[in-house]
Design a protein around this ligand. Sequence first.
Ligand code: FES
Length: 112
Amino acid sequence: MSQQTKPAAFQHIMVCINSRPASGQPSCARRGSEALAEHIEAQIQALDLDLTLQRTICFGHCQEGPTVRLAPGGPFLQFADVPTVDALLAQLVTDKRIANLLPGALKSREKK
Ligand code: FES
């Protein structure tokens, strides 16, 4: 009989709020990540999630922002928007160890 190990629970949700105004390159901030972070923060409180929001600077996925990541060790959520993060947070209400996180939302969304 094999013994399965449950994945660790996520403790943080990280949102890139980096802006690269001088370079003219795309960035998460230009695509509304600060407002998205504020929305996530409000939803964490509304849903009473045991999760902290961390605003961070650049995951290196600037072409695909806004970029969000669950930590520790979670997948990147790219082209993140309010409906996607709401779906993510709804899943986290029931299980903070999401094994297959919104597979359709990970890297497969069309560029805006
Ligand atoms: S600006 Fe957000 S990943 Fe680089």
